[in-house]
Design a protein around this ligand. Sequence first.
Ligand code: SF4
Length: 372
Amino acid sequence: MAGIYLHIPFCKKACTYCDFHFSTSLRTKPEVLAAMHTELEQRAAELSGAHVDTIYFGGGTPSQLTDAELKALLDQAHRLFAVTPDAEVTLEVNPDDVSAERLKGWKAIGITRLSIGVQSFREERLRFMGRAHDARQSRESLRLIAAAGFASWTMDLIYGLPGMTMAEWDEQLTTALGFGPPHISAYCLTVEDRTALDHQVRKGLVSMPGDADQAAQFDRLIDRLEAAGYAQYEISNFARSGHHSRHNSSYWDGVPYLGIGPSAHSFDGTRRRWNVAHNIRYAHGVARGERYWEEETLTPAQRVNEALLTGLRTTAGVDLARLPLDLEKSASSVIERYRSQGLLDLRGARLVLTRAGRAFADRIASDLFLTE
Ligand code: SF4
């Protein structure tokens, strides 16, 4: 099995916290899309013989493309790859792009799953984050999506916002659950380098909440969603039965994927590759046959560290038997320390975070890292 990720690098507005690659101008769209068609063609051999069972339009804001542009990319993928008939085809959309007509169009071209960037139902929060939509569009888009009959859909929410109280977070979750989403992703606001939010924090214009507040909201998230029938299968992801994201699960399970478009990452089991995060350099590189990517072959220790970073975030944990090195032996003292603190568990051959440990996933993973 394999997956294809298509990065659509265009957004209406720059959100203050975002460090993904995107442009707020559509000027380069024709060249970028043409290059993505060519890149699919040039790299088809990399997945030869593999069944592609997930295709994911991410970004950026893929709903900035017309239905015809999305369909052309999908047609190209179907022409070049062995896409399974029941493939999961996800489209990330923003609330301000959702209408009954667009939903019909997305369904008609073969999108099976929508991922909608709601983030908040409060006007002042959406403005603070610099989102392009308003609170009315958050609700209206969900009402339309819930009635549109897609095989699955998910919404993104953000917690850990400056000054967010537990009452506000509870109200957000209650509103979200009211739309009956099959899947919810909830992310804690983080300050990424060189974003507008980073600048605001450095200048003292915004003060971020402390770790304890964010951890308490994370805890409440798990309680509320588990009580409502969702299983947490990854730190930020919760699904009703049968609705986990197959595409994201393949990243965590080490399944090969091909990343197409500027800034897109690929992984084939041992080699990691990333395209240049610049629309014109990407488009020219593809068109002129010049190198537009970098790559590295992972050493056994790097493969272990990669598996820790992604696998520990999942409730299934890391399968030690599948690692190229004996982590249990090499990191025995760290494993023991976290086990005695009740943060880590060894279940058969799987290393799994306890519920208390999930709040410290990245720190625990990096403490377990192997060096060459
Ligand atoms: S819409 Fe998404 S990708 Fe675009 S700026 Fe906002 S968070 Fe970033």
